[in-house]
Design a binder for this molecule. Sequence first.
Ligand code: MG
Length: 368
Amino acid sequence: MKIERIELRHIKMPLVAPFTTSMGTDLDVEHIIIRVDAEGLTGWGECVAEAAPFYSGETVTTAWHVLQDFLLPAVLGKKLSGIDQANDFMARVRGHRMAKAGLEAALWDVFAKSRNASLATMLNGTKHTVAVGISIGMQPTVAELIRRVEAFRAEGYAQVKIKIAPGNDIETVKALRREFPHIPLQVDANAAYKLSDIALLKKLDDYSLRLIEQPLHHEDLLDHAELQRQIATTVALDESICSLHTARAACALKSCRAMNIKPGRVGGLSEAVRIHALCAAHHIPVWHGGMLETGIGRAANLALASLENFTLPADIYADGRHYSEDIVESPCTLNADSTLNVPTGPGIGVQVRLARLEQVTATREVFC
Ligand code: MG
């Protein structure tokens, strides 16, 4: 397909409630929406680089720069035989995985539409629904956290993930377990601890957690392996896994017993599929993480999470979790069994609301 036109939009979406983690508090979400036009078809992708370099080293500004100056010129005006060729053209750029993943997602969408196939089908997904849980940011009080867990459980989310940080960990988990003795519960530290905190982290073994996510440094694999040797709770990696290479090292070192896969963090859907296959071969279950995506990113995430080894509940949410008004038409509601439907239409299978997209656009630029 000949890639004829690419549009970038820096969007700013207000959150329905502040979202607090060990990295800080977000009141709104800034991402880049990428539109690719090719031979009468339109593809959409979402670059999940955020306003500040706190989760990842990338930001909206760095991603825009790398897209505009390097990635778009690599594919614009070219007649591409498929995604692999697009990735070959983009491979010269090192790092900047969220920028690459956003553009790759838009290309996947347009290629899938050219075959009248859903993205899930293109990725060899096998599931029609994806089990999901709710991720709740840190709350001002434990009572407020309990109230939120009750509310989300009433909405139908079966599993709960909470964010923890030093000073907001054991007592919080203990209180939550007292209130909800049997719910599937996992915690995410976003790299807030050190291996020297091992005595504290061991205490989490008393609370039947499904897993602890990324307790240690965001680039570490060795200390996580040591921690996993010493605690019973499953250690899962998020930030530390940025490519198939780091995933291979984590498997070899036994740094984790579960893995969070986010296409933005690893450079795109193609790399995410490769990591998924690697983990399946090592009997490491994976789940699809979340970056507070709009309905565009969510649709692609559901397609990816339909692959077989995504056996743990995804951090993907129904309408209304983060945004009162999304930028896609297609409703996404929670099923009674705490699952979301995988879109079945061509490509990402959702319709973009152009008027709403315009409302949340801070900057727009078209490249031909
Ligand atoms: Mg995480």
